[in-house]
Design a binder for this molecule. Structure first.
Ligand SMILES: [Zn+2]
Length: 252
């Protein structure tokens, strides 16, 4: 076949396909100007946001998360879901931020968590005209250190060795200008509630012992990656609440 003809047909096909696609999109937008469209993971198209599609999206998000592997950013930790014995994350680094009130490099986290924390510390300080800075009181802990800590402390306050988010290299205990963060710290705590999920962090213990298995800890922020941080923020749920509602429902 003539080479020019093949090129012409190919170009025409692309052109016509493009026109048809945009025509369909325009028609849809005209007929449904105010219906938000979302990506349907099953059909692969943007479709009107219905409850069914929203549900599919949530299922898809859950499928992308891993609540059980030691190295997963969504590894769920409590007395029934500990880390493997002697687990140590391989990607632990020093935290490197100019926007903390104490020396951040005295503390360590897993690499991705440390990077996102740097962004969060900068945004926090910026939001308060650089008059307030986050203080790091604790970050990654070794199992040995957690064992010492837990030996003088109730299970409501200190996680058993092997079950701490600090041992996973994902959690920070934060203060502001050297003061511990309390729920009643007002604007500083509220800033974290409103913004930490943008940096993929979550306040793990916020709903008291019956739900989270721990006292309320407004200072304890854990890295959980983007999907989970967004879900927990939008649903106003704690990680344990979400986990036992969706992943391992408890027979109440
Ligand atoms: Zn903590």
């Amino acid at each position: 076949m003539n080479k020019n003809l093949i090129v012409f047909c190919a170009l025409f096909g692309l052109f016509w396909g493009g026109i048809s696609f945009w025509w369909d999109m325009l028609q849809f937008a005209n007929v449904h100007p105010n219906i938000p469209r979302v990506y349907n993971p099953i059909s692969g198209f943007y479709e009107p946001k219905t409850e069914e599609i929203q549900e599919l999206i949530e299922i898809e998000k859950i499928k992308n998360m891993d609540f059980y592997s030691d190295d997963s950013f969504q590894k769920f930790l409590d007395d029934n879901h500990p880390l493997s014995a002697n687990y140590e994350a391989a990607d632990i680094v020093k935290i490197n931020s100019d926007f903390t009130s104490n020396r951040s490099s005295d503390f360590k986290l897993r690499k991705k968590a440390a990077e996102m924390f740097e962004g969060m510390a900068r945004a926090f300080s910026n939001a308060f005209g650089f008059k307030a800075k986050l203080t790091i009181n604790s970050a990654r802990r070794s199992q040995k250190f957690q064992r010492q800590l837990a030996s003088n402390c109730s299970v409501w306050r200190c996680a058993k060795p092997g079950t701490s988010e600090h041992e996973a290299g994902l959690a920070l205990d934060l203060g502001v200008n050297w003061w511990n963060i309390k729920a009643w710290s007002g604007k500083y705590y509220q800033w974290l509630v409103d913004n930490a999920h943008k940096y993929w962090f979550h306040n793990s213990y916020q709903k008291w012992m019956e739900i989270d298995g721990k006292i309320v800890e407004p200072w304890h922020w854990r890295y959980v990656w983007v999907e989970l941080a967004t879900i927990l923020h939008d649903e106003e749920q704690s990680f344990a609440e979400y986990f036992y509602e969706n992943i391992e429902p408890k027979n109440l």
